[in-house]
Design a protein around this ligand. Structure first.
Ligand code: VGL
Ligand code: ZN
Length: 209
């Protein structure tokens, strides 16, 4: 099968960037790196994911009176859930992709986390692995064999997306310096888990050099 590569740009939305409700440290630094990768490397397909929650989403601490921010709970269906500040509410400014990120009309936008009762860190499946997004059908329609994953957050949505991509049979690469994580410990653990799974972790210079 001919190698065909997609760039997956994960959740570069205002709420995860500096000043956002769930800002990750130094997050805006990924934007020029991702833009440079796009400018210098040819991709057969580019996908932009958006965390896209309804008001009152089950991942919001505000939806669980008596529970604390960042607490780990179990949802009624048994799925583990960390409780986040309200973020990426459908139609809000915080849910928009940063205007400095270079986008093209041909980019494929995938929405995730739209269902009130289940979260979706991965751009492929919800956290219970019950429902899929539009991403896998899209990549298959483009005969994609390889994915390169960048964006936010390395320890959550980037990691979950890369793990699912690998399970689905894609040759999977994460550009570590084109990502930022929520917390150092979970980021280090995510990197180890991805390496163990056979996901390639590289630096942007490997693509750009
Ligand atoms: C994310 C926490 C909650 C992410 C999304 O994009 O990594 N993290 N929702
Ligand atoms: Zn979210």
């Amino acid at each position: 099968m001919a190698k065909r590569t997609a760039l997956l740009i994960i959740d570069v939305q205002y709420d995860f960037l500096e000043g956002g409700s769930l800002a990750t440290n130094d997050a805006n630094a990924v934007i020029p790196i991702i833009n440079e990768i796009r400018n210098k490397v040819h991709f057969d397909d580019v996908v932009v994911s958006k965390d896209w929650h309804p008001k009152g989403h089950c991942s919001f601490a505000s939806s669980h009176p008596g529970k604390a921010l960042f607490e780990d709970i179990t949802l009624p269906d048994g799925t583990p859930q960390k409780l986040w500040p309200d973020h990426c509410v459908q139609g809000s400014h915080g849910a928009e992709v940063h205007s400095d990120l270079k986008l093209e009309p041909t980019d494929f936008v995938v929405f995730k986390g739209q269902h009130a009762e289940i979260d979706s860190y991965s751009a492929f499946f919800d956290n219970a692995h019950k429902a899929k997004t539009t991403l896998q059908d899209h990549l298959q329609s483009k005969a994609i064999t390889d994915v390169i994953v960048v964006g936010i957050a390395l320890d959550y949505c980037v990691c979950f997306t890369a793990m699912d991509a690998k399970d689905l049979g894609y040759t999977t690469t994460v550009v570590e310096d084109a990502c930022r994580g929520v917390a150092p410990e979970s980021t280090a653990a995510a990197v180890e888990n991805m390496k163990k799974k056979g996901i390639n972790l590289i630096k942007a210079e490997t693509l750009l050099g």
